[in-house]
Design a protein around this ligand. Structure first.
Ligand SMILES: Nc1ncnc2c1ncn2[C@@H]1O[C@H](COP(=O)(O)OP(=O)(O)OP(=O)(O)O)[C@@H](O)[C@H]1O
Ligand SMILES: [Mg+2]
Length: 481
């Protein structure tokens, strides 16, 4: 320890003889400063509220009502990072483990018995005493550092939750939020179901960041977005040399999520062989890492989401029944927007704030008539679709948002729009490379088919493409997931 550092000590001791013995004992350590000496508990609390004390040394038996465990607890309430060393007379309970333990449980850092009164120079073995004070000080520093980094993490978590706020005052949403809180406190698997764009990912994020695992990783996996031949190695990792081309070992997503939560989105897309391995992780907490013989244990909470009816998948034997029950311990059904139309005004102003808050001084206001138009729509694409409509409104309105602007934003027949933009490409003044025009067409057409499908899997099916290829293509074309 650097000698410049000072350990400020408060001594609570009512016997002058013992005060002197404590002072003698720490004399060899000049960095230990006994800032104040008080004879009773109440005075010690007054000092602690005013002075920067690091370590309290307190006699167990002192005058005044406040002493022992109650005094330890009162000190800890003032500042939980303060460290307390209790000294007692040798005659009292010196070999009673229960007694010592009760002091530690009340919050004391250390406990030692005073030397008998005929040893005048020291209160206790001096090196042990000084080391205990030093260690108590180190512990205080560590606790302060931990609390600082926890505060920082908490701030980040608050920022995530604010960014991903679940908007809605309707009864269905309030009930859903209550379930999120209740489920967050547990360790059980959660299955989130609901149509596309209802907010399943939002729900999963809230469960994790409100759970005791909130400081640990939250890993999201889009099961439909990873080609099935890569899925196992992505999820569970592999060992170097376990197959041709495995030049190095790789950590799987389950390992990355160890201690935290893994969010398996679009779980209905998980191939059957990966389903069996997932079941093993859920049952045994063990990963089947490719090429590894020894067991590998992980502690991961699983949250899964699906916009497919998994029970029907089970009937069709496309999804393992045992896995379904393992995942479906707790369930949250996110209601479609059509069942919470009264939340539309709140959602609209939330999205207006997000999209226009930074660059418009006065946010545009929607008239009652415009709100009614939004409320009378059936919203097959749910909240995501509403979000897109608000964005479109912001791009297209001039002085005010008229009902007509809103109608157009909801109802532009997408087909005509696409055809119009496609025709524009037949321009003799702007002939493009076949490669570019092809990808332009692909992008437009995929977006068009997507906007007319409930799920990406459905869009892929309509286009006759396997879902992983569809996802890859979307990524290559810059279409957002
Ligand atoms: N209640 C809500 N309050 C605020 N924003 C919401 C709410 N519900 C959804 N959103 C927003 O809508 C968009 C879609 O939500 P999310 O991605 O969670 O839906 P999803 O159910 O996972 O959709 P998909 O099935 O297509 O993956 C996100 O931008 C999300 O922030
Ligand atoms: Mg999602």
């Amino acid at each position: 320890m650097s000698e410049e550092r000072i350990i400020n000590v408060l001594l609570i001791e009512d016997e002058v003889f013992d005060v002197q013995r404590v002072k003698n004992t720490v004399k060899q350590a000049p960095y230990i400063h006994i800032l104040h000496v008080v004879p009773n508990g109440n005075e010690s609390l007054d000092i602690l509220k005013k002075c920067p004390i690091d370590v309290v040394i307190m006699d167990f038996q002192i005058a005044g009502g406040l002493q022992g465990e109650s005094l330890i607890q009162a000190i800890k309430t003032i500042n939980s990072q303060l460290q307390i060393i209790v000294i007692t007379k040798m005659t009292i309970n010196q070999t009673d483990f229960k007694f010592a333990n009760s002091l530690i449980e009340a919050g004391a850092y250390w406990f030692c018995t005073k030397y008998p009164g005929d040893i005048e120079d020291y209160i206790y073995q001096p090196t042990d005493f000084v080391l205990s004070i030093k260690n108590a000080w180190e512990k205080k520093k560590l606790e302060e550092a931990r609390s600082l980094s926890e505060n920082r993490l908490n701030k980040n978590i608050q920022a995530v939750l604010k960014d991903k706020k679940i908007i809605g005052e309707s009864l269905v949403i309030q009930k859903m939020i209550q379930r999120i809180h209740k489920f967050a406190a547990t360790q059980a698997s959660v299955l989130i179901t609901g149509a596309s764009g209802t907010g399943k990912e939002l729900v999963a994020t809230h469960i994790h960041y409100k759970s005791p695992r909130k400081y640990e990783p939250f890993v999201t996996v889009n099961c439909g977005g990873i080609p099935s031949e890569l899925l196992e190695s992505e999820l569970f990792g592999f060992e170097k040399g376990s197959f041709t081309g495995a030049g190095h070992s790789r950590e799987g997503l389950f390992e990355q999520a160890d201690g935290g939560t893994i969010f398996l989105d679009e779980i209905g897309e998980l191939p059957l062989n990966a389903q069996s391995k997932l079941l093993r992780v859920l049952q045994e907490g063990e990963i089947d890492k490719i090429g590894r013989r020894k067991q590998y244990k992980v502690d991961v909470r699983v949250i899964a989401a699906s916009n497919k009816k998994l029970a029907e998948q089970v009937k069709k034997k496309a999804f393992r029944e045992d896995l379904f029950y393992r995942l479906n311990v707790l369930q949250i059904e996110v209601p479609p927007l059509a069942e919470r139309l009264d939340d539309i005004p709140l959602l609209v102003s939330h999205f207006l704030n997000i999209f226009a808050g930074d660059f418009l001084e006065n946010l545009p206001v929607l008239t009652e008539e415009s709100i009614q138009i939004l409320k009378s729509f059936h919203w097959p694409g749910n909240v995501r679709q509403l979000q897109n409509v608000v964005q479109r409104i912001l791009f297209s309105y001039e002085d005010e948002i008229t009902p007509e602007t809103v109608r157009i934003a909801i109802g532009v027949p997408e087909k005509e729009n696409h055809i119009a933009s496609f025709r524009e490409q037949f321009n003799p003044a702007n002939i493009q490379m076949l490669r570019d025009i092809e990808s332009h067409f692909r992008r437009e057409y995929i977006q068009f088919v997507r906007s007319h499908s409930d799920t990406d899997a459905e869009a892929a099916r309509k286009l006759g493409i396997a879902p992983p290829n569809f996802h890859r293509m979307c990524k290559e074309l810059g279409i957002k997931g």
